[in-house]
Design a protein around this ligand. Structure first.
Ligand code: HEM
Length: 463
C-alpha cells in the first residue's frame, strides 16, 4: 500500500488501485461504536460516501468497511478460507445450538451438506402448496374496508407456513405452542443483538439471556415431542423434518436427535422473521407506488386469472419476483455481513491484517447510485430488463451489488424457499386486495433484521 496524508483522512491505495481511507476519528476506547450504535444504517452510508475501503474502529477492534461489489464478492467467497465468520453471541448459541448457522469448519460443511437437500428447489416445490394454502386462508378472512396491522398479519402467516413446512404439524394448537416459544426466543435474541448484550462477555448473566434459556427449554420440549411423533409415524411426510430425519452423510450416519433439533430451530429462526419483514416492506412499498401496484395486478390477472397460484406459476410470475427482489434491494432484511480476517487474507490484492473485522452492508451497497439508476426509487422493472433509461439502455447491475442472501459457500440455504414463499403469498393476496398503508413514512430499525419502526396499519381494499 502507498500512503499520502490528507487534511482529514489518510488515503492509501490498494494493489488494484482503489483508495483506502480512514473513517471518522471516533473516541478513545470505544472508537466509532457510539456513532455506529446511534444509527448504523446512516453510519454505513456515511462510510460509503468516503470510499470503497474505509478503516474504522469497532471498540478496540480494527475494522474495515467495504462497499464495492467486487470486494464484497471476494469477502463472501473467501469465508471459511481466509475469513472466519465472527462468533455469534451467547443468546444465539443458546437457541441455535450448533446448527449450520453457528457451526464452522468441517462440522459446518457436514451439516450444510445434510441440510441442503431438504431445501433444494425440487423439495421447495412440495412446500409450495402449504405456502399458498396458508395465504388463501388469510385472504378469506380479510374483507374490503378491514383495518389490519400488516406486521402482525405477515408474522402470523409466515409463522404458520414455517411451522407447517418445517415441523409438519397440522393441528392449530401444536402450531401455536411452537410458534409462541419461538416468538419469545426471537424477541430476546433481537434485544441482545441490538442492545448492550452484543458487547457483554458471554459469562455475564443478564435477564434477557435468562429469558432466552427459558424459551429454549420450552422449544426443546416441543421439538422433541414432534420428533418422537415423526419417528413413531408411518411413512415419510412431506415436511423438512422428515427429510432431515432421512438424511445420511457419506458414512451412512444420520443426524442425532440433538442435531435435528438444532437444524430445525435454525431453519425456523433463519427463515421466519426475514421473510415476514420482507413481505411487510413489500406491502409498504406497493402502497406508496400505485404504478407498481397496477403492474403487479396486471401480471396476476394475466397469469392466474381467477385461480390460485401454485409452484409452477413461480417461474411465470416474473414481475412479482421482481417486486420481491426490488423490496430486498431497498429494505434488505439482513442488512450487514461481516468477516474476520485470518492469516493470508487479502482484498483487492492487498493484505488485510489478521484480526481485522471486515464489514459489508447490503443497505449501503444496494442504495449506491453507481450501481443503480435513481437508487432510492422502487422500480421492479430494473430486474425484468424492461427499464430502459433515457439512453435506451437497460441497467447493468454488477454481481454482488445485490446480495440480500449473502453469497459464496455460506449463501443462504433458504433463498429459493424464501423467494417462492414471498412470491406466492403476494400473488394470493395481491390478486384480490391492495393494502393502503396509513403512515407517510416508516423508518427501518436495524435489529436482527430490518424492522419497521412502528406498527404498519393499513386498510384492506378489494381490487
Ligand atoms: C427473505 C428472506 C431471507 C433472507 C433475506 C436471508 C438472508 C440470509 C443471509 C444474508 C445469509 C448469510 C449470512 C452470512 O453469510 O453471514 C443467510 C444464511 C442462512 N439462511 Fe437465510 N435468508 C432468508 C430466508 C431464509 C429461509 C426461509 C431459510 C430456511 C428455510 C433460511 C435459512 C438460512 C440458513 C440455514 C443459513 C445459514 C447458511 C450457512 O451458514 O451455511 N433463510 N440467510
Amino acid at each position: 500500500m502507498t500512503t499520502q496524508a490528507g487534511p482529514s483522512a489518510v488515503v492509501t491505495t490498494t494493489a488494484d488501485g482503489r483508495k483506502t481511507v480512514r473513517g471518522p476519528r471516533g473516541v478513545p476506547v470505544l472508537g466509532n461504536l457510539p456513532e455506529f450504535g446511534k444509527d448504523p444504517l446512516a453510519f454505513f452510508e456515511r462510510l460509503r460516501e468516503r470510499g470503497d475501503f474505509v478503516r474504522w474502529r469497532f471498540g478496540r477492534t480494527p475494522a474495515l468497511f467495504i462497499a464495492h461489489p467486487e470486494t464484497i464478492g471476494e469477502l463472501l467467497t473467501e469465508v471459511e478460507r481466509t475469513f472466519d465468520q465472527p462468533d455469534l453471541g451467547i443468546a444465539f448459541r443458546t437457541l441455535l445450538g450448533n446448527g449450520v448457522v453457528v457451526a464452522k469448519g468441517p462440522d459446518w460443511r457436514r451439516k450444510r451438506s445434510l441440510v441442503q437437500p431438504s431445501v433444494r428447489p425440487r423439495q421447495v416445490k412440495s412446500y409450495a402448496a402449504t405456502m399458498a394454502e396458508c395465504a388463501v386462508d388469510l385472504a378469506e378472512r380479510w374483507a374490503d374496508g378491514q383495518r389490519v396491522d400488516i406486521r402482525r398479519e405477515m408474522a402470523a402467516l409466515t409463522q404458520l407456513i414455517a411451522v407447517r413446512t418445517i415441523f409438519g404439524v397440522d393441528t392449530a394448537a401444536d402450531a401455536a405452542s411452537i410458534g409462541r416459544a419461538m416468538d419469545v426466543a426471537q424477541r430476546e435474541i433481537g434485544a441482545e443483538f441490538s442492545g448492550i448484550g452484543a458487547i457483554l462477555p458471554d459469562w455475564v448473566p443478564t435477564p434477557g439471556r435468562a429469558r432466552v434459556r427459558r424459551a429454549t427449554a420450552v422449544i426443546d420440549a416441543e421439538v422433541s415431542r414432534v420428533v418422537a411423533r415423526h419417528r413413531d409415524g408411518d411413512g415419510e411426510r412431506p415436511d423438512l423434518l422428515s427429510r432431515l430425519l432421512a438424511a445420511q452423510d457419506e458414512t451412512g450416519a444420520h443426524l442425532s436427535d440433538r442435531e435435528i433439533r438444532d437444524e430445525t430451530v435454525t431453519l425456523y429462526i433463519g427463515g421466519h422473521e426475514t421473510t415476514s419483514s420482507t413481505l411487510v416492506w413489500a406491502w409498504y412499498l406497493l402502497s406508496r407506488n400505485p404504478r407498481v401496484q397496477e403492474a403487479l395486478g396486471a401480471e396476476l390477472d394475466r397469469v392466474l386469472g381467477d385461480r390460485e397460484p401454485g409452484f409452477d406459476d413461480y417461474a411465470r410470475l416474473t414481475y412479482t419476483q421482481a417486486v420481491v427482489k426490488e423490496t430486498l434491494r431497498l429494505y434488505p432484511t439482513v442488512w450487514l455481513i461481516t468477516g474476520l480476517a485470518k492469516e493470508g487474507a487479502t482484498l483487492g490484492g492487498t493484505p488485510v491484517p489478521p484480526g481485522t473485522r471486515v464489514w459489508s452492508s447490503q443497505w449501503a451497497t444496494h442504495r449506491d447510485g453507481r450501481w443503480y439508476r435513481d437508487p432510492l426509487e422502487f422500480r421492479p422493472e430494473r430486474w425484468t430488463g424492461a427499464d430502459d433509461g433515457e439512453d435506451g439502455q437497460a441497467e447493468e447491475i454488477p454481481e454482488y451489488a445485490w446480495f440480500p442472501f449473502g453469497g459464496g459457500p455460506r449463501v443462504c440455504l433458504g433463498t429459493r424457499f424464501a423467494m417462492v414463499e414471498a412470491v406466492l403469498v403476494l400473488a394470493v393476496l395481491a390478486r384480490r386486495y391492495r393494502l393502503d398503508v396509513d403512515s407517510e413514512e416508516i423508518r427501518p430499525v436495524p435489529s436482527l433484521t430490518l424492522q419497521p419502526d412502528r406498527d404498519v396499519l393499513a386498510t384492506v381494499r378489494a381490487r
